[in-house]
Design a binder for this molecule. Structure first.
Ligand SMILES: [Zn+2]
Length: 101
């Protein structure tokens, strides 16, 4: 069954990480994903890590988005990673097990 990825998901690897303080960034397509859960409260503390779920607005593919932030004197670490989720809950999608979706 030929099930090509959509325009957005085709530009996002199964897993991508970036150290923001090192000038790294996630793929541009990640910015087109929409948040499916609101941002957590109490974020800007000295050290925070949280995960939210992002969703592709075109095909509905879900991603786990992790944000990590740590601050101390003379030292700031800020990094993110994103990981594509399995399709077990996407009932209307073709069976793509076996492919790296
Ligand atoms: Zn997509």
């Amino acid at each position: 069954m030929d099930s090509p990825e959509c325009e957005i998901c085709g530009s996002i690897p199964d897993f991508a990480a970036a150290n923001l303080r090192e000038g790294e960034r996630l793929p541009e397509a990640v910015r087109r994903l929409v948040d499916t859960y609101p941002w957590p409260e109490g974020f800007w503390d000295t050290s925070k890590e949280y995960e939210i779920t992002k969703k592709c607005p075109l095909c509905g593919q879900l991603y786990t988005y992790n944000y990590y932030y740590e601050f101390s004197i003379g030292y700031i670490e800020e990094s993110v990673w994103i990981q594509r989720r399995g399709l077990s809950k996407a009932a209307n999608l073709d069976d793509k097990r076996g492919s790296r979706c």
